[in-house]
Design a protein around this ligand. Structure first.
Ligand code: FO1
Length: 456
C-alpha cells in the first residue's frame, strides 16, 4: 500500500502495516491513542488525519482506560488523566471526537474498529502493550497500521539486535539523526467528528473519573508534578532558559535541581522526544550534547533493551558476566540485610538512601543520580541479588511517576551490570560497579539533599 507519508513529514520507517489490506468501507478512521497521549508532535495522529482526509471520512480518536494497569495506582492515574483531559480539549479545538472507554484497551478499539475504514495505532515497547496491539490486529477486519512516534529514531531502524551499551548504540543512532530529527507538520481534518455520538467517560472532572476506577489507593497523588502537555512544555521552557547551560556541570548533583523533569511526561507520551530534541537544538549553547545524550542515546537504548530482550523484568536480562559474578558472590556476608518492607519504610541505617526513597515516595520522582546509588545499595543490603532485583523493580514501579517504563527497567538492570562493564571484584557486588556514600560526600553537598527532602 502506498501512503504519502513524507508529505506530512512522517518517515516511511515510522509506519508499519500489520497486514496488506486496503481500507474498507466505514464511517471513520479510528486512531487508538495509547502510548502517545498528546496532540502535539504525534506522528500517529497526523498520519490518521491525513488518511481520514484522503478517504473523505472523519477521524475518531479513542483511548482505553483500564483500572488494572500493572503496579499503577492513584498517583499515576491522576497524572495520566490530567494529560488526557488536555488531549480532549485540544482535539475538540481541531473538531475531532475523543472517545474514552472504561474497558480493556484493545477491546474498546475492536468495538469501535467494527465501523472504521482503518485503525491506526501508535507504538509501544513493553510486552503487555505489544500484546494489546496484536490482539486488536487479530480481531478487526479493516487494516491496522502502526506509526512510531515516541522515539526520535524508530527502534528497528537503529538496530536489529539488542545492543551491549551506550557506546555500541550511539554511532547507530547518530547515523540516522539527520533523517529523523525533523519537524512534523500539523494537519486539519476536513470532516469534523464532534457530532458523531459515542458512549464514553467524561474527562472534565478528574476526581470523578478516579472515583469510578477500582484502584488500590495505596500510593496517593503528588502535587509536585501535574500531568499534561502544557505543563510539560512550560517545564521544558524553564529548563532551556535557566538550567541547560548548567546541565553538564550540575545535572548529577542531587542537591541541585538542574534537571528537566521530562521523564514522567515522556512516560505517558504527554510530550514528544522529537519535539524536546528540536527545542533543545534550537536553543543551542552549552548542555545541548549532554542533554541529547540522555534524551536520545540513553533513552532509546532502553527501548532497544525492552524490545529485544525477553527477560527485561528479571535478572535473566543481565549479561553473562554479571549473572555469573553475582551468583559467585551470592553467599558473601552482607553488613546489613533488609527486607522489601524495611526498604520501603525508608528507615534504614543510611540517611542518603532514606532520603532518596523518601524523595520518590513524596514527589513521585527521585533524582537521577540517586537512582543509581539507591539501586546499588538495594543490591548490597538484600539477602540475595534476586530479591534485590525484585525489590528495586517493585518500589520503582510502585512509586515513580515514570515507573513501569522501558527506562525504569533499564535503570534497575544497569545497577546490576546491564549496559556496563566489569569492574574491580569485591564482596557482594563481584565485578558489578560499586557505589558508596563517600562518593556522594566527596562530590556533592549531600547533606543539603537530605535537608531538602526533609522539607518536602
Ligand atoms: N495505557 C492505556 O492505554 N490505558 C490505561 O488505562 C493505562 C494506565 C496506565 C497507568 C499507569 C502507567 O504507568 C501506564 C498506564 N498506561 C495505560 C500505559 C501508558 O499509557 C504508556 O503507554 C506506557 O506507560 C508506556 O510505556
Amino acid at each position: 500500500m502506498y501512503w504519502s507519508h513524507m508529505r506530512e513529514g512522517i518517515q516511511v520507517e515510522r509506519v508499519k502495516e500489520f497486514d496488506e489490506k486496503d481500507p474498507v468501507k466505514g464511517d471513520y478512521v479510528l486512531y487508538w491513542m495509547q502510548r502517545a497521549q498528546r496532540t502535539e508532535y504525534n506522528h500517529a495522529l497526523e498520519f490518521s488525519i491525513a488518511r481520514a482526509n484522503e478517504l473523505d471520512v472523519p477521524l475518531v480518536v479513542y483511548f482505553g482506560l483500564t483500572d488494572d494497569f500493572p503496579e499503577a495506582d492513584e498517583r499515576h492515574y491522576r497524572f495520566m488523566l490530567e494529560g488526557l483531559n488536555e488531549v480532549d480539549s485540544s482535539l475538540e479545538d481541531r473538531d475531532i471526537n475523543f472517545v474514552v472507554k472504561k474497558k480493556k484497551p484493545p477491546k474498546g478499539a475492536e468495538e469501535l474498529g467494527d465501523d472504521a475504514c482503518m485503525v491506526i495505532l501508535d507504538r509501544a515497547y513493553l510486552d503487555l502493550l505489544r500484546d494489546w496491539r496484536r490482539e486488536l490486529s487479530r480481531k478487526v477486519d479493516c487494516p491496522v497500521v502502526q506509526v512510531e512516534s515516541d522515539v526520535v529514531v524508530p527502534v528497528e531502524e537503529v538496530s536489529e539486535k539488542e545492543e551491549y551499551a551506550a557506546r555500541t548504540i550511539r554511532p547507530k543512532i547518530d547515523d540516522k539523526l539527520d533523517r529523523f530529527l525533523t519537524p512534523l507538520k500539523k494537519g486539519s481534518p476536513k470532516s469534523p467528528s464532534l457530532d458523531l455520538d459515542f458512549d464514553g467517560v467524561e474527562l472534565n472532572n478528574v476526581d470523578e473519573v478516579l472515583k469510578g476506577l477500582d484502584l488500590k489507593n495505596d500510593v496517593p497523588p503528588v502535587d509536585s508534578f501535574r500531568g499534561g502537555t502544557s505543563r510539560a512544555e512550560s517545564l521544558l521552557d524553564s529548563f532551556l532558559k535557566d538550567k541547560m547551560q548548567k546541565y553538564p556541570d550540575l545535572s548529577n548533583d542531587p542537591s541541585k535541581n538542574v534537571v528537566s523533569h521530562m521523564s514522567p511526561y515522556l512516560h505517558f507520551g504527554q510530550i514528544s522526544p522529537l519535539y524536546i530534541a528540536l527545542k533543545v537544538k534550537e536553543e543551542g549553547g552549552k548542555g545541548v550534547d549532554e542533554y541529547l545524550e540522555e534524551l536520545i542515546v540513553r533513552r532509546e537504548l532502553s527501548m532497544n533493551f525492552v524490545y529485544h530482550s525477553e527477560d527485561y523484568d528479571s535478572m535473566k536480562c543481565l549479561p553473562d558476566w554479571a549473572q555469573e559474578t553475582l551468583e559467585e558472590h551470592e553467599d558473601d556476608e552482607r553488613e546489613y540485610v533488609y527486607s522489601r518492607e524495611e526498604f520501603e519504610k525508608a528507615k534504614i541505617h543510611d540517611p542518603y538512601w532514606n532520603a532518596a526513597q523518601d524523595e520518590m515516595v513524596k514527589t513521585g520522582k527521585m533524582h537521577g543520580y540517586m537512582r543509581m546509588y539507591w539501586g546499588k545499595k538495594i543490591l548490597e543490603w538484600s539477602e540475595t541479588p534476586e530479591e534485590a532485583y525484585e525489590t528495586a523493580l517493585h518500589l520503582n514501579n510502585k512509586y515513580e511517576l515514570d515507573g513501569r517504563d522501558p527506562n525504569g527497567y533499564a535503570g534497575v538492570a544497569w545497577c546490576f551490570g546491564k549496559h556496563d562493564q566489569g569492574w574491580k571484584e569485591r564482596d557482594v557486588y563481584g565485578k558489578v560497579r560499586y557505589m558508596n556514600a563517600n562518593g556522594l560526600e566527596r562530590k556533592f553537598d549531600i547533606q543539603e539533599y537530605v535537608e531538602r527532602v526533609k522539607d518536602l
